[in-house]
Design a protein around this ligand. Sequence first.
Ligand SMILES: Cc1cc2nc3c(=O)[nH]c(=O)nc-3n(C[C@H](O)[C@H](O)[C@H](O)COP(=O)(O)O)c2cc1C
Length: 441
Amino acid sequence: MDDTPRTLPRYSATLTPEVMSEIRRAAATGIYDIRGGGAKRRVPHFDDLLFLGASISRYPLEGYREACGTGVVLGSRFAKTPLELKIPITIAGMSFGSLSGQAKEALGRGATLAGTSTTTGDGGMTEEERGHSAMLVYQLLPSRYGMNPDDLRRADAIEIVVGQGAKPGGGGMLLGQKITERVAGMRDLPQGIDQRSACRHPDWTGPDDMEIKILELREITGWEKPIYVKIGGARPYYDTALAAKAGADVVVLDGMQGGTAATQDVFIEHVGQPTLACIRPAVRALQDLGLHREVQLVVSGGIRTGADVAKALALGADAVSIGTAALVALGDNDPRWEEEYRALGTTAGAYDDWHEGRDPAGITTQNEALAARLDPVAAGRRLQNYLAVLTLEAQTIARACGKSHLLNLEPEDLCALTMEAAAMAQVPLAGTDWWPGKGGM
Ligand SMILES: Cc1cc2nc3c(=O)[nH]c(=O)nc-3n(C[C@H](O)[C@H](O)[C@H](O)COP(=O)(O)O)c2cc1C
């Protein structure tokens, strides 16, 4: 017997088993990988920041006796009827088509119970969502799928989508298996055929046209409704400045960890900037225009906890928006469906083939039998609970920093664990009063 000592098999850091598996998949099929969700690889994130908390130089607030406000008004710049939210956390736009009617209803129910807004998406407004959302933001997207001028008037705010963090510069996909008669009817497109959403608005080539579009929307809606502009986190300083100059009431800024219903994996992982890196340039753009807090900034992309909420607000956002985490709260990727996830070749927590429409949890599907598994009332309550926890967690941190309102959190309350996070968030590296680029930007 050969008893020569052997070393352990050694994988390449470049050609990891995952990379090789993808090469084999590509070689076998000749098609690129499409999936849902956001960037899976680790990039600098809110976890790389810490709050300092009060002690002698700062005075904390008492949790049970001293209030810490959570309300925020979105759209106070020009709209006659801005949205008054009880909490600074909104539900992001997710299309009917990617999501079932039951999931849309549950999002509306949960958001309403929590005192916040929900948002339509590519594919138009459903009765499930309008009927159960006290505050509903209607998206005007490049694709115009499901776009209906009457629905603009039935909405409480309008969000012009220029881009998404998961795919700035690109459009989404809805595969034929999810294009049922109802979805096709709403989108004016044939049933069962793959749909690719446009990557740019058909009637504008630049910010001047966006200004005209914003004016058109204000006229159609009698200057009542706030107009948001949503951008993917690519060039946040210039895009925020241009959206604000074009007349937006609210800028929604979605970083690269932001989820999508379906697009190319290569897009999700390799285009855009981390959410953490996008916030300060956007805030600076608004400050340079004298519009910080007058034009509200809503940040999304990878928000999961009350600490994330508090950190985004401390960096200068007025509110945050959640997509994927809201779906998890409804029941997405729940281990109770593990056997069925296994049958789909995946596992609870990693299931991202949302475009296939075979979601055992009944959320990212148009299959009636699967969708019927989701009870919108119970799922709405779970979302309400989750939003309550996010808010309580953020308040706990704010009080510890001596703040009587979540919006009083500030960069000065933070430090960073890594050089990258310090540079991106422009807060001191822990143990120092310095961050890369300080004094030079
Ligand atoms: C299932 C799903 C569908 C989505 N559909 C849309 C859409 O129709 N329009 C849009 O602007 N963004 C869409 N998004 C992106 C969200 O609005 C939001 O930007 C993103 O989910 C935020 O990141 P998070 O998922 O990490 O919270 C979708 C996201 C998901 C997960």
